[in-house]
Design a binder for this molecule. Structure first.
Ligand code: PMP
Length: 431
């Protein structure tokens, strides 16, 4: 079956190359293949499944809509389900942001909401440039791609995103964050830099695809101060970090930064496609029809999303993610002390990255531009994980970072099983 389907499908697929699984059933952390094998899924639909697969409250919410006779397709019309979603969403947003915010339903993917956000700040400011960061990932449509890591375009100015481990600018920690902030200031203030006042700045509070790089809180606050004093709208891309994943409901809460725009997707749809951009009301300068789209009202996704947001909030799953994340980071750091091929363990909450490096290069010998990154080793760890029934993701500029994104509902025993299998996989490749 796999071969027949693959023959008809695009070569652009990625997950299917690394995961030769035909998933037929799933529940919570577990996914079952057509061959009957069961896996612990720490990929979670690329960080989408805050409650894991097929959580009963999500299934119940979807069933209720199906049984109610409600229209499934409503374009951008007002509906009771949309009202319930909006109410719950605003309940979770940081109050200082929510009190002046408006929501725009985009659809259906995260990249669509990024696109809308970039377009909105361009219209609102009458300017065109966008400030984005090294290692960023915002999606695959044209505007989002421009703002993402590898692409170059004159309209996007790329600025240093501070990293603790092997910062490309040679400094990490708080000092690195301050230097990165000063770099940003000088680009904006030095007329000779040739960078005109931009339309907006877009950043991820924790870079996901870029290899799990948590931004220091001090740097986040500096970015807020830099943008605020120059009237540059700050866009927080919380597509991956949102809904409790990093240990707070929204990752901007760690630093207390109140952005002007938030881009949300993945977990907000409770495993169905849903994407919104939320912004300060005075930025609401759209003319009717200025940003349209057929799929802006997926009723099933709103119902699944409302159930998910409410469940995470009522059961304090962000706090659980914070404590489980600390436990996982501690154990993974102990593993790193044992295996020199683990260069770094980092993360926030249940968004965790383990960077594989060439163990023959001594620490300190590594220049900042990561020549010792070990993508082959990372790929081998992923294969060994899969053999042991554990699904993980890779990321980072060199695909040398193994990423763990378990559902926030993962139990203590399951956490132990994930860590055991991961340790076995590392031991198998490090042998
Ligand atoms: N922004 C971030 C931070 C993301 O992690 C992603 C997806 N990995 C996107 C935007 C794009 O979302 P989508 O794949 O749904 O278009």
């Amino acid at each position: 079956m796999l071969r027949r389907q693959s023959a008809r499908e695009s070569a652009a697929r990625t997950y299917a190359r690394a995961l030769p699984i035909v998933p037929v059933r799933a529940r919570g952390l577990t996914i079952e293949g057509a061959d009957g094998r069961r896996y612990l899924d720490c990929l979670s639909g690329a960080g989408t499944l805050a409650l894991g697969h097929n959580h009963p409250v999500v299934l119940e919410a979807i069933r209720k809509v199906l049984d109610s006779g409600a229209p499934l397709h409503v374009l951008d019309l007002a509906t009771p389900l949309k009202d319930a979603f909006t109410t719950e969403l605003f309940h979770t947003l940081p109050p200082a942001f929510a009190e002046r915010a408006r929501v725009q339903f985009c659809g259906p993917a995260g990249t669509d909401a990024v696109e809308a956000a970039l377009k909105l700040v361009r219209i609102a400011t009458g300017r065109s440039g966008i400030l984005a960061f090294t290692g960023a990932y915002h999606g695959m449509t044209a505007g989002a791609l421009e703002a993402s890591g590898g692409a170059t375009d004159v309209r996007v100015t790329r600025l240093p995103y501070p990293q603790d481990y092997r910062c490309p600018f040679g400094v990490g920690g708080e000092r690195g964050a301050e230097l990165a902030a000063r770099w940003t200031e000088s680009v904006l203030d030095d007329a000779k830099s040739g960078v005109p006042l931009p339309a907006g700045m877009i950043l991820e509070p924790v870079q996901g695809e870029g290899g799990v790089n948590p931004a220091p809180d001090t740097w986040m606050r500096r970015m807020r101060q830099i943008t605020e004093t120059r009237s540059i709208p700050l866009i927080a891309d919380e597509v991956q970090t949102g809904v409790g994943r990093t240990g707070r409901f929204w990752a901007v809460e760690h630093s207390g930064v109140v952005p002007d725009v938030m881009v949300l997707s993945k977990a907000i749809g409770g495993s169905l496609p849903l994407a919104v951009v939320v912004y300060r009301d005075d930025l609401d300068v759209w003319q009717p029809g200025a940003h349209a789209g057929t799929f802006r009202g997926n009723q099933l996704a709103m119902a699944a999303g409302t159930a998910t947001l409410a469940y995470v909030r009522e059961n304090r799953l962000a706090e659980r993610a914070a404590s489980l994340g600390t436990r996982m980071l501690d154990q993974l750091r102990a593993l790193a002390a044992e295996f020199p091929c683990i260069g770094d363990v980092r993360g926030r909450g249940l968004m965790i990255g383990i960077e594989l490096v060439d163990p023959d290069l001594a620490p300190g010998q590594t220049p900042p531009d990561t020549p010792d990154a070990a993508p082959a080793l990372a790929a081998a760890v992923r294969r060994e994980c899969l053999r042991r029934g554990l699904i993980v993701e890779l990321g980072g500029r060199h695909a040398s970072v193994v990423r763990l994104l378990p559902p926030l509902t993962i139990s203590d025993e399951q956490t132990s099983a994930v860590l055991d299998r991961f340790a076995d996989a590392v031991a198998a490749v490090a042998r």
